[in-house]
Each structure stands twice: as structure tokens, then as C-alpha cells.
Design a protein around this ligand. Structure first.
Ligand SMILES: [Zn+2]
Length: 110
């Protein structure tokens, strides 16, 4: 009985999509705001270089300077590298802490 459930759990872990795996790796990335705009994302392990992220003014989405985003992002619209995932979480936390307004949310939804 226990063996079966372990095997089921393993199958579930293997079933994570590439996007989910990237989201998990994003938790190991540190983010801070860049000058004069955008964000810097860097790996805690220090094995990778830092990447600069900015908001694409045309599509209002984040763009990253890493090779993963540059090459895969062109092929898959809406592609999010692990740095984009990390910066989105960073922005969301700041938004909730400083800018979130329940009244505005109601207005926008209407
Ligand atoms: Zn990236």
C-alpha cells in the first residue's frame, strides 16, 4: 500500500510542466530594483550572471535579457523565464504592501 502511494507521488513530481519547474527555480532568485528603471534578478548560487528586466511598453509585459527569454520568448508568446516569474512575485509583494486599494479593485472589476 505504501509503495503504491510513493510511486504515485513520484509520477506526480515528474508530471510538472517545464513552466512549473521554472517557477520552482524562480524561488531561488533574488530581485531588486534597478536604476534608472526595471529590475535586476540574480541567482543566490552565484553561478549565473545578473539579468536586467524591464516592462515592454508596447505589450505591458516583462522582458528579460537572459538567453532563455530571448530565444524561447520569440517562439512562445507569453513565455516566462524563471527571472520573469521571480520579478512578478517581487512586484506583487510591493503592490500589496504599498499600492493595493480594495476600492480600486472593485472599480476595475466593474
Ligand atoms: Zn530571464
Amino acid at each position: 500500500m505504501k509503495k503504491t502511494s510513493n510511486r504515485k507521488l513520484l509520477a506526480k513530481v515528474r508530471a510538472f510542466s517545464p513552466a512549473e519547474q521554472r517557477a520552482a527555480r524562480a524561488t531561488r532568485i533574488k530581485v531588486f530594483e534597478a536604476e534608472p528603471y526595471g529590475w535586476i534578478a540574480y541567482s543566490e548560487s552565484g553561478t549565473e550572471r545578473d539579468y536586467h528586466l524591464f516592462c515592454d511598453p508596447e505589450i505591458k509585459h516583462l522582458a528579460c535579457t537572459c538567453a532563455d527569454f530571448v530565444y524561447r520568448g520569440n517562439a512562445e508568446p507569453g513565455y516566462e523565464c524563471k527571472h520573469v516569474s521571480a520579478v512578478l512575485k517581487f512586484i506583487a509583494r510591493q503592490y500589496l504592501a504599498y499600492e493595493y486599494d480594495p476600492q480600486l479593485q472593485v472599480t476595475r472589476a466593474a
